[in-house]
Design a protein around this ligand. Structure first.
Ligand SMILES: Cc1cc2nc3c(=O)[nH]c(=O)nc-3n(C[C@H](O)[C@H](O)[C@H](O)COP(=O)(O)OP(=O)(O)OC[C@H]3O[C@@H](n4cnc5c(N)ncnc54)[C@H](O)[C@@H]3O)c2cc1C
Length: 482
């Protein structure tokens, strides 16, 4: 970071600079522009300033200052969020956690580690892999997203089908509350601790209840064996039915991913092509892991199910190198859309697995209705769809059409008993769509919880819940939930 003397008369900037140091604050417009959005690039707003604290004490002092002076503020990790959670809608002071990136402690005997919030997800597995351990939640952005951001979004990933999402791997948190107080929550693995489950509440709260400054995570032992299958289908229905039948057969794959034809076109045109046939309707990437005994039988069962559903070609990875290439191809799937479209929106609906064919059909109808291509690349095993709406923001009206198409995809998910987000959070992107799944009363109950932690609503305001003025937030909170 460049060291430049503070050149502003803004007393708040001067005060914040005294807390974090003059070299750890940005306030000039040209510097702030890099923080005007996150992975949801449709909305852009400049923050008032960006501060880079290097300790819990500094985070707490910044928050206390903002609280006392009624300055809106929010936390930011790597800025890879796809729902706009880190966008400074209200000219916030952005508290970037990227300097708090230390691995503080590894305790393999008790299978846990303690990290600062800016520690990058993949670095944790890389730090313990040589000792036979790993950190399970593996969002496709894991090479750059932070564990603090993962906690806030309750991030998932390809291998979360068998091992669970972030909340299943968090044992304790240190949190700076919106008034600057520091608390520790979580009972470090005690199965049924007394009191409310604050750990569960904070995980996935999208940075609206507090700023996480320390995280104790669970580490898992590397599985003894692993095998990966790639299956090509001529019909989406056959691929979908294969997904259902694998799970119904009692097999719980570590990962069960699906891509449709448009997604395959993109990944084959991008950085890690593996030679998938371009004329197939869908592919499945299936991984099983565990103790060696039984893995071969599971693979045999999976191959049989694929054949029962008219698979065109199915193969098992013959080496770790081949497996890694298949995964690189899949994990860069979102970014690969840039190879076939100038802009894209990532949606994140959830549906019961059994409704896959019907909802994919509905998404195809939505694509036709709006005249926009929609690629599907998703965690099929847990019904977590990612329709990617392709558009060109330079064409008048196309961004609005893309947003409307994305919203309709979520409506289709909600209509079959699903949800509007499986892992990317609500942020600003889906806050109006909360109405697809919650009643006014249910939203009020949730905003009442936020108000207990964040009574001035200075922390990350305007996220997660429908916009005040158009929604329930303007109604009185019933005393029962106050
Ligand atoms: C190519 C790509 C692939 C992706 N794949 C996946 C995927 O497979 N699974 C998945 O779940 N997500 C995925 N994502 C979304 C994103 O990476 C995750 O949501 C991730 O958890 C965000 O982490 P971050 O550090 O970038 O957080 P940011 O984007 O900086 O912040 C996200 C939210 O968390 C809050 N926040 C950040 N740090 C803290 C903190 N310390 N305390 C409190 N609140 C905080 C912010 O205020 C904001 O609301 C993907 C994104 C991209 C760009």
């Amino acid at each position: 970071m460049r060291k430049r003397p503070i050149a502003t008369n803004d007393p708040h900037i001067q005060a914040l600079a005294r807390i974090v140091g003059e070299q750890a604050i940005l306030y000039r417009k040209e510097d702030l522009m890099a923080y005007d959005c996150d992975g949801f690039t449709v909305h852009r707003h400049l923050p008032r300033a960006v501060v880079f604290p290097n300790s819990t004490e500094q985070v707490a002092a910044v928050v206390k200052y903002c609280h006392e002076h009624d300055l809106p503020f929010l936390a930011r990790g790597a800025g890879t969020g796809l729902s706009g959670g880190a966008i400074p809608l209200n000219g916030e002071v952005v508290i970037s956690l990227t300097r708090m990136k230390r691995l503080l402690h590894v305790d393999l005997e008790n299978r846990r580690a303690v990290v600062e919030p800016g520690f990058v997800n993949l670095k944790l597995t890389n730090s313990v892999a040589h000792r036979g351990y790993y950190y399970a939640p593996d969002p496709s952005s894991q090479y750059c997203c932070t564990i603090g951001g993962n906690v806030a979004e309750n991030a998932g990933g390809a291998h979360c089908l068998k091992y669970g999402v972030t909340t299943n791997h968090i044992l304790g948190l240190e949190v700076v509350l919106p008034n600057g107080e520091v608390i520790e929550i979580g009972a470090n693995g005690v199965p049924d601790p007394p009191g409310y489950d604050l750990l569960g509440l904070l995980t996935g709260s999208e940075g609206t209840l507090g700023i996480v400054t320390k995280i104790t995570v669970r580490l898992l032992k590397n599985p003894e064996a692993k095998q990966t299958v790639l299956a090509y289908f001529d019909e989406v229905e056959d691929a979908s039915q294969t997904v259902s039948d694998i799970i119904s057969a009692g097999i719980v794959p570590a990962a069960l991913e699906m891509m449709d034809q448009t997604a395959i076109e993109a990944v084959e045109a991008a950085a890690f092509p593996v030679g998938h046939p371009k004329d197939i309707a869908a592919l499945l990437l299936i991984e099983v892991d565990g103790i060696s005994a039984g893995i071969d039988e599971q693979i045999d069962d999976i191959l049989t199910i694929c054949r029962r559903h008219h698979v065109r070609e199915v193969k098992v990875a013959q080496s770790e190198e081949e497996r890694a290439r298949w995964w690189a191809n899949r994990k860069t799937g979102f970014g690969a859309m840039g190879a076939i479209s100038p802009d894209y929106l990532v949606q994140d609906g959830v549906i019961p697995r059994s409704r896959l064919p019907e909802v994919l059909n509905e998404i195809a109808n939505i694509s036709r209705k709006y005249g926009l291509r929609i690629a599907n690349i998703f965690h099929a095993g847990d019904g977590n769809l990612h329709p990617l709406v392709l558009f060109d923001a330079s064409k008048p009206g196309e961004t609005e059409r893309a947003l409307a198409a994305g919203s309709e995809c979520l409506k289709a998910c909600a209509a079959v008993g699903g949800s509007i987000t499986g892992e990317h959070g609500v942020g600003i992107e889906k806050k109006e769509e909360m109405r697809f799944i919650f009643t006014d009363e249910e939203i009020l109950a949730q905003t009442a919880i936020r108000d207990v932690f964040n009574p001035k609503n200075l922390l990350n305001a305007g996220k997660l819940f429908p916009t005040p003025g158009r929604c329930v937030e303007t109604k009185r909170i019933p005393s029962a939930v106050k």
